[in-house]
Write a protein of this length. Structure first.
Length: 216
């Protein structure tokens, strides 16, 4: 039976310097797939629900935090992410932050990942094959000057924006309002600067949403 979700994993940096620790972002995105091409063109039906992603960490990685979801600590060095449901054609994103330890030069296993979900309409539980992600450590100093992947940076800042907007209605005092207002402004500035560097108009539109929130 065809899978209902198609996952893609992208690190914020393709190579990291072997001699030092640093923080890395992993962008996790998944798309809802339909069973038949003809249905895919006509319907946005629910294709997977109760989606879970379990992650096992190698010893040289430490989990720092998640953006766009909540991560539960599991047995050993594992995490459990409960990611809800997805419709055909939809695409969802989360970002996970890790700290890496210094490692010898070479490609090292970093994470093991497995998806599980229920597939409507029969509510059958499906599991995707276990996936392995590695990291390349190098002693070449050009790795120190590498830019972060724009695709990852973009979705990280968009997820941070969603979190800020979720907190706006919770503010109930003048002091908290001022602190939150500054957070909204900083996040809007970040989006606009990233848009100026990349020419990405989606970032411009999302920055405008935040600036309008400040005006309100």
């Amino acid at each position: 039976m065809q899978a209902s979700i198609q996952p893609i994993f992208t690190w914020s940096r393709s190579r990291i310097f072997a001699g030092a620790s640093r923080n890395l972002i992993l962008l996790v995105e998944w798309k809802g797939l339909n069973q038949r091409e003809e249905v895919r063109k006509k319907s946005r039906k629910l294709v997977a629900k109760e989606i879970e992603l379990r992650i096992w960490l190698e010893a040289h990685l430490t989990f720092i935090g998640a953006y766009g979801c909540t991560a539960e600590a599991g047995e050993g060095r594992s995490l459990l992410l409960k990611l809800g449901k997805i419709h055909a054609g939809a695409r969802k994103f989360i970002c996970l932050e890790f700290k890496t330890e210094g490692m010898p030069s070479g490609i090292h296993e970093a994470l093991w990942l497995q998806w599980q979900y229920k597939q409507p309409p029969v509510e059958r539980i499906r599991e995707l094959p276990l996936q392995k992600l590695g990291l390349e450590y190098t002693h070449h100093t050009d790795a120190l000057a590498l830019d972060n992947c724009f695709h990852v940076e973009k979705h990280l800042e968009l997820l941070k924006m969603v979190k800020v907007l979720e907190e706006v209605p919770l503010s109930d005092s003048r002091r908290r309002d001022l602190v939150l207002e500054e957070r909204v402004r900083r996040q809007a500035d970040k989006l606009l600067l990233l848009a100026a560097r990349s020419g990405d108009m989606q970032l411009v539109k999302e920055a405008e949403v935040l600036y309008k929130q400040l005006e309100a």
